[in-house]
Design a protein around this ligand. Structure first.
Ligand code: GLN
Length: 548
């Protein structure tokens, strides 16, 4: 019988529930147990593919092509496992399933009610995830903050689950303890109130993880213990840390793993440990030599804040690769619009574009739509000509092909039909099946998603990186290199180093006589793991480190 651990957040959002959930899973895994994790996203959207990336962050794609919340990416990176559609639940998915069942008379003519039928559907999904993963432990993260209306049905599911299996269900609250600068003291009242909210939902937390700028001290642990009805030992310190990968080690300082096992009456299994992880943390805490990477994109600025959450997997992939080469990753966000008005003539004088020289490597990540595109193309041209290591991801491949077509093959106005429908040189074009889907307005979950094969050509950067001639990579796109133009592009020196064998689609391109110029139609960032960086990121960082 698997054990279920629910993780909910109190006081405010953005305190790292996803990382905490991933860390608990990691700790239990290090004690020899089989774990899996489920993210509950309270949005009515069926999946994250149709959500606003500025509000919701990155759309993470699993191997089976599920567009989900970025936390699923954190789970994969921490527990080093490929997750599936069964690890992601939204309000939309739950209601859609219940309504479909009702339409099929599967409730046998009963009245279908929000309670219990919605929580029951949630429970059956969590149990299915456990079954499929054959997990000893299932971590379920309930999105949002306790006390809000939107996630109450998920708390209800947790309560019902505990009611039926009191010995197999545990509840963790991640809370935040502010230290207001004028008071200079860590305050526990908001956490007390969060626990009241949980109590009103019929739930008593077993463990409280106390997020704060510094580690919670003894007197405050005691206070939380008395007011929130948990043992002092179950108040776990969770101070701000430099890197998310430190979090599990920090939780273990307060023996979180043992506390959890004790509550379930279990003991750690032999043979498992945390050694690799300790080694990783040691590396990133001690490395000094930087590698300076610029990421060129849009959406970085909203008001006074820079929102980089939309590229979280790219950031993590850069870090993994940099640590592999014992480098300190320094990531800079470059808004592509600043390169937009640089004409060929003014190039020499333009500070913005020339500043790209100060980077060891440039990435153009995935993207949609026309904003900032010309700036990205300018940046790519600069990297090509000035021999700056370049890695293009999805849109970053498409724009590199457009740049090459325009400036090397002299196809004036070459473009993608995503932006210029009537371009004379549509070097990037919509895939035929996508054209049909778009004309029928079938947008949700219909891109070319998830794992597809990529055959890798000999004597290329790609084969050097991968060390094999075939691989699977995760996709999320509707447009592709137009095979009608491939000959022309290749004749002028564009190397197609990765191809999808089934459909003859371009997967990787690269250039010769350049320290590193490669781009892929897929998203390698989704497959990078802290202890096994993705081959393309690794080679890119290697070249970047060399440039420095
Ligand atoms: N907009 C492009 C397409 O749909 C690229 C997508 C992406 O970068 N994920 O093909």
């Amino acid at each position: 019988m698997p054990k279920y651990i629910f993780v909910a957040g109190g006081v405010m959002s953005g305190i790292g529930k996803g990382v905490a959930t991933a860390s608990i899973a990691k700790i239990l895994q290090s004690k020899g147990f089989k774990v899996t994790a489920v993210k509950i996203d309270p949005y009515v959207n069926v999946d994250a593919g149709t959500m606003n990336p500025i509000e919701h962050g990155e759309v993470f794609v699993t191997s089976d092509g599920t567009e989900c919340d970025q936390d699923v990416g954190n789970y994969e990176r921490f527990i080093n496992q490929d997750l599936t559609t069964n690890n992601y639940i939204t309000t939309g998915r739950v209601y859609q399933a219940v309504i479909n069942r009702e339409r099929n008379l599967e409730y046998c003519g009963k009245c279908v009610e929000v309670v219990p039928h919605i929580p029951e559907e949630v429970i059956s999904r969590i149990k299915k995830a456990a079954r499929l993963a054959r997990a000893d432990f299932v971590l379920t993260e309930i999105g949002g903050t306790v006390g809000e209306y939107q996630n109450s049905l998920f708390l209800e599911a947790a309560r019902m689950m505990r009611l039926n299996n009191p010995k197999d269900v545990l509840f963790v609250l991640i809370s935040y303890l502010p230290v207001p600068s004028i008071i200079g003291e860590m305050k526990s009242k908001p956490t007390q109130q969060a626990v009241r909210w949980l109590n009103m939902a019929g739930i008593q937390p077993d463990i409280i993880i106390a997020r704060s700028v510094i580690a919670i001290d003894g007197p405050r642990k005691k206070k939380i213990s008395i007011f929130c009805n948990v043992s002092e030992k179950d108040v776990i310190a969770a101070p701000d840390v430099k890197s998310i990968y430190e979090v599990p080690l920090n939780f273990e300082k307060d023996r979180l793993g043992d506390r959890i096992l004790k509550k379930f009456g279990l003991r750690p299994k032999k043979g498992a440990d945390f050694k690799d992880w300790h080694r990783l943390v040691k590396i990133f805490k001690t490395v000094k030599k930087p590698v300076k990477i610029g990421i060129v994109g849009k959406y970085f600025e909203t008001g006074n804040f820079v929102l980089t959450d939309s590229y979280i997997s790219v950031i993590e992939a850069v870090k993994h690769a940099a640590w592999f080469y014992k480098r300190k990753p320094e990531i800079h966000w470059l808004s592509s619009e600043q390169f937009e008005n640089v004409s060929r003539r003014s190039e020499k004088r333009s500070r913005a574009i020339n500043e790209l020289k100060n980077y060891d490597g440039i990435i153009v990540p995935g993207g949609f739509g026309s904003r900032g595109v010309e700036g990205k193309i300018k940046a790519i041209e600069f990297c090509r000509k000035k021999k700056i290591p370049y890695l293009g991801l999805c849109f970053g491949l498409q724009l590199a092909v457009i740049e090459f077509a325009r400036n090397v093959c002299k196809m004036k106005g070459a473009h993608t039909t995503e932006i210029a429908k009537n371009s004379k040189y549509p070097v990037i074009d919509v895939m035929s099946e996508q054209k049909v889907l778009l004309s029928e307005k079938k947008y949700g979950g219909t891109m070319r998603l998830g794992d597809y094969k990529c055959r890798i050509m000999p004597h290329t950067i790609a084969v050097k990186a991968y060390g094999v001639t075939s691989t699977l990579e995760r996709h999320r796109h509707r447009y592709e290199v137009n095979n009608e133009f491939r000959d022309k592009l290749e004749k002028k020196g564009l190397i197609v180093s990765g191809l999808n064998p089934e459909r003859n689609l371009v997967e990787i391109i690269e250039l010769k006589n350049h320290p590193f110029f490669a781009a892929c139609q897929f998203h390698p960032e989704f497959k990078s793991r802290p202890l096994s960086p993705h081959p393309l990121f690794r080679e890119f960082i290697k070249a970047a480190a060399k440039r420095r």
